[in-house]
Write a protein that binds this ligand. Structure first.
Ligand code: GLU
Length: 511
């Protein structure tokens, strides 16, 4: 997606959003562009977004791209595009910018350099010249004695002149942070009182390549972007003491923390990032509506005050009202895939009931059909007028979960018209089609369902001395350009009385 296109979507969506006043609440979603946006990331983004909107705050998208070895080309743009698709629109981000930008960490290197000097000067950080080989040996040694490998903090004790000498010899170095071994206690909005003791060696904060590590850049940015609350996955809980020590070394006030519990599959197994099917992109491709996906996530976890008896696909305004971060609990969230399809159907019905949105659905179906049957575009056998699509959608809304279902082979007849001009091979066949058409015209539209039609067609053939199976073939041919599909009665029900007669009469008239 181009920058302009993305900007126009953002601006368009903003017009529909109420203006809100800013106050102290500033939250951020800070993904690394190393892959797809998946459900775990989406949940983090969503909770941050709802929290910001609930508190008249700002929601920021910051891209943490300091690990240059793990970057994936195009991942940042895709991530941003998918986020916007779900309706989560950042107030400040790498494309739109904002008062505390840039929002791409690789564009903030000067700030990190400047800030690491503060820590070097106040003695909280130091240069480390240990080679990879030495670090590797330390690791091996620890494993041999069944200890957890950790850096032995050797360079903490280097004298000033030793450092100068090594610098002059151009020995590659990194910068490490002096970590204490005391327990760190803090309050977490979800996990309440947490106390952790770090048993690690001093962590690297600036790598040999001059780039900061996650911990350092994350803390510096949260501070300079004036982040008030950090809402992130529980997998980062163990990093928080390190971050708090960094805040302390700088003399800064840390943000409030809320770590969000794990999201699991229904069977309690871990959601794997590698499974293509939990990426937002794949839900989008599979015809899931953005709000259905968003509600699906909210159903899995705590944090929402609402009636749980009736499954409802809420809009953002309702979700913001229901969201209360203080009611998020430590229990893991379990996804129930059946609910996703039900939510999608509810959203389909909602969209269809609205004039503007139903036009959007018509467009969507048109696109799906032309993509599904490209060979039919040329011969003009696709029926894609608005009336027809709306009739089909109205029939489908309580029967399908997903618009993609409408272009499966079973439903192809809906869109593909008969091309063959000589559907009836003799005058008898022609006569029988004419007769049926005339009779159907008198039928009450409410009787136009497959059960009634089945008996109706049987009676019709019987009383006119026509062979049922032959007549069904003939009828199928005149109703659609395909030889396969559901039963003729079902086809007629789906097409509805008006369209069935139009298609039938077209053949009768041609002949
Ligand atoms: N870049 C980290 C991630 O990929 C951000 C963690 C945080 O929110 O602090 O999830």
């Amino acid at each position: 997606m181009t920058r302009n296109k993305l900007l126009s979507i953002v601006n368009l969506q903003l017009i529909h959003k109420k203006l809100y006043t800013r106050d102290a609440v500033r939250v951020r979603f800070a993904p690394s562009p190393t892959g797809q946006l998946h459900l775990g990331g989406l949940r983090t983004a969503l909770y941050n977004y709802l929290f910001a909107r609930k508190n008249n705050g700002s929601f920021i998208l910051r891209i943490e791209d300091t690990d240059q070895t793990r970057l994936q080309i195009g991942a940042q743009e895709k991530l941003h595009e998918n986020l916007i698709w779900t309706g989560i629109i950042p107030d400040e981000d790498p494309i739109r910018g904002g008062p505390k930008g840039p929002y791409l960490q690789s564009e903030r290197l000067d700030l990190y350099k400047e800030q690491v000097k503060v820590l070097l000067d106040n003695g909280s950080a130091y240069y480390c010249f240990c080679s990879d080989r030495r670090l590797e040996l330390l690791k091996k040694e620890a494993l041999k004695t069944r200890q957890i490998p950790k850096y032995d903090n050797r360079c903490r004790h280097l004298e000033k002149n030793e450092i100068k000498q090594k610098m002059e010899q151009e020995i590659p170095y990194c910068i490490r942070f002096k970590l204490s071994s005391n327990p760190v206690s803090f309050k977490d909005i979800v996990y309440r009182d947490v106390s952790l003791t770090l048993q690690e060696g001093d962590p690297v904060i600036i790598k040999t390549d001059g780039f900061p590590t996650y911990h350092f850049a994350n803390v510096v940015d949260d501070h300079f972007m004036e982040i008030s609350h950090v809402l992130r996955g529980v997998e980062w809980l163990l990093s928080t003491p390190k971050h708090l020590e960094l805040y302390n070394a700088f003399g800064w006030t840390p943000p409030h923390y809320a770590h969000l519990p794990l999201i699991l599959n229904t069977d309690g197994s871990k959601l794997s990032k590698r499974q293509g099917d939990i990426s937002v992109e794949s839900f989008k491709k599979n015809g899931i509506f953005p709000l259905a996906l968003i509600n699906y996530i909210t159903l899995a976890g705590s944090g929402f005050q609402r009636d749980t008896n009736v499954l409802t696909c809420y809009n953002y305004e309702e979700l913001i009202k229901q969201f209360d971060i203080t009611t998020v609990n430590e229990n893991s969230s379990k996804l129930n895939p059946d609910l996703l399809l039900d939510l999608n159907r509810l959203e389909l019905c909602k969209l269809l009931a609205d004039k503007v949105n139903s036009k959007y659905l018509v467009e969507k179906v048109r696109k799906l059909v032309t993509e599904a049957f490209p060979e039919r575009i040329k011969d003009g056998s696709l029926q894609l007028d608005e009336d027809h699509i709306l009739t089909v959608l109205n029939w489908a809304r309580n029967r399908i979960h997903n618009l993609n279902d409408l272009v499966t082979p079973n439903f192809a007849f809906i869109w593909i018209l008969a091309q063959d001009k000589s559907v009836a091979s003799d005058s008898n066949e022609l006569e029988s089609l004419k007769m049926l058409s005339n009779k159907l015209m008198e039928m009450n539209p409410t009787d136009f369902n497959q059960n009634t039609l089945k008996d109706y067609l049987k009676d019709f053939t019987k009383s006119n001395g026509i062979k049922f199976s032959n007549f069904m073939k003939l009828l199928r041919k005149s109703l659609s350009g395909l030889e396969q599909g559901p039963s003729v009665a079902e086809m007629m029900e789906i097409l509805g009385k008006k369209e069935t007669l139009t298609r039938l009469n077209k053949n009768v008239d041609t002949l």
